[in-house]
Design a protein around this ligand. Structure first.
Ligand code: ADP
Ligand code: MG
Length: 425
């Protein structure tokens, strides 16, 4: 890898306004991308990864700070960069060939030149024989390949991809991953640098030279891991697993910090409740119990067949409810978690209720419900009170989670018709 710097993100912050209130989707981001590098961005949903990608490609101007491209400040859209999105917007009325050709047309190439180049690109992504097919005739994986061929037709120096495989089934994702990697490693792409957003930590370790880890509230970089493993990478090798572990422990470290904040906070709702399904949480606790009460975080994602974000949310929930504790990269059941695992449905609800009552937001909510005359409140009142502590863009989601957990615990009930929340007797 040479050391020419392609992109420099300097002190970038980005504010969004949601219902009139400002919040930082990105806070003080500093990042350099060098030529010859494949960099992955990983982190919870809402940590500003897509926003950062748009800022780096110039689709969006940051509210603070600047982006340098080859040393010069970026003004407007960067013509040397392209983004591939999760679901590719192909023109349904154009054939595969025409969909790729249109990108070459955008570069101002004459028709005679365009056709052979487009055919070559289609061949390169393995779609030889599908030139005259229409998007509706293609599988998701094939559509994404057309998208990638189109991105390559633009010959971007900087190729950005925003969760390019997450809409695909496991097998297609795996195949395309390998194909892109092969094109990249064999220099069959004109691209100098790749920046890819992914939810999937194993995918990042499989593909990237460097992994930048982000977290939310506010969106920021919390760590970085270099991946020093020669290609093709063996997902079962000790080095591979160790690297996956490193990324998880950065995320888990942040997680524990958030939980500590909760423990020390006397405020109602400083820490947001993770959005999980109770059935999934039950699944996690049962699984840990079966595994001898503890397991590595990264193994859990694999064993339960869920992505890294979902598993972190579940672990966060288990920790908030005092069912589990994190020790470095391991999750360990607490005696309470063990009791939960061994209990029947009704007993589980009781255990859950006891834990939920200890959460500051529930403690607060149950108190105000108790002190209200009817033991009930309009949801708008609860919302207004919570809006002091919870960022406005998270408010609806948090209310939804509170109602879900409260209902399961049989502590509160909610009437959708009257929009009234009340104490369960
Ligand atoms: P990620 O890609 O990591 O999930 P995003 O960059 O999409 O993160 O979003 C970061 C935060 O900014 C989220 O809370 C999201 O709801 C918010 N957000 C994204 N785009 C906008 C927008 N155009 N207006 C207001 N808020 C936005
Ligand atoms: Mg995104």
């Amino acid at each position: 890898m040479n050391k020419n710097r392609l992109v420099e993100v300097k002190n970038v912050s980005h504010k969004y306004y949601f219902k009139g209130k400002a919040f930082y989707a990105l806070r003080n981001i500093n990042l350099e991308l060098f030529e010859g590098e494949f960099v992955c961005l990983v982190g919870a949903s809402g940590s500003g990864k897509s926003t950062l990608l748009r800022i780096i490609t110039g689709l969006q101007t940051p509210t603070e700070g600047q982006v340098l491209y080859k040393g010069s400040p970026l003004k407007g859209v960067n013509p040397n960069a392209t983004i591939v999105f999760q679901t590719f917007a192909l023109f349904p009325w154009l054939t595969v060939l025409e969909n790729v050709e249109i990108a070459l047309k955008a570069r101002g190439l004459p028709k005679k030149v365009r056709i052979p180049i487009a055919l070559e690109l289609i061949d390169r992504v393995g779609l030889d024989g599908f030139e005259t097919a229409y998007p509706r005739e293609l599988s998701g994986g094939m559509k994404q390949k057309v998208g990638i061929a189109r991105a390559m037709a633009l010959e971007p120096e900087l190729l950005c991809m925003d969760e390019p495989f997450s809409a695909l089934d496991v097998l297609s994702a795996d195949a395309i991953r390998k194909e892109i990697l092969e094109l990249w490693l064999n220099g069959k792409m004109p691209t100098k640098t790749i920046l890819m957003v992914t939810h999937n930590i194993e995918e990042a370790v499989f593909m990237a030279d460097r992994i930048v880890v982000m977290d939310k509230n506010p969106g920021r970089i919390i760590g970085e891991v270099k991946v020093d493993i020669p290609h093709p990478r063996d997902r079962t090798s000790a080095k591979f697993l160790e690297t996956v572990d490193q990324v998880y422990s950065i995320l888990a470290g942040e997680l524990t910090e958030r939980l500590l904040t909760l423990a020390h906070s006397k405020k109602t709702a400083k820490v947001l409740l993770p959005d999980i399904e109770i059935a999934d949480l039950t699944g996690l606790v049962e699984h840990l119990y079966k595994k001898g009460k503890e397991e590595d975080i990264y193994k859990l994602a694999e064993e339960l067949g869920v992505d890294s974000e979902k598993i972190l949310n579940l672990i966060e929930a288990a920790e908030l409810l005092q069912f589990a504790e994190i020790h470095k990269t391991k999750v360990k059941l607490t005696p309470l978690g063990e009791k939960f695992a061994k209990s029947g449905i009704l007993e589980r609800k009781e255990i859950f209720a006891i834990s939920v009552k200890k959460l500051p937001v529930f403690h607060w909510l149950l108190n105000i419900l108790k002190s209200s005359d009817e033991k009930a409140l309009k949801i708008d009142v609860v919302k207004a009170a919570l809006s002091i502590e919870i960022p406005e863009n998270e408010l609806e989601k948090q209310i939804e989670i509170i109602i879900k957990w409260g209902r399961y615990a049989e502590l509160i009930a909610y009437d959708d018709e009257t929009e009234v929340i009340f104490l369960e007797s």
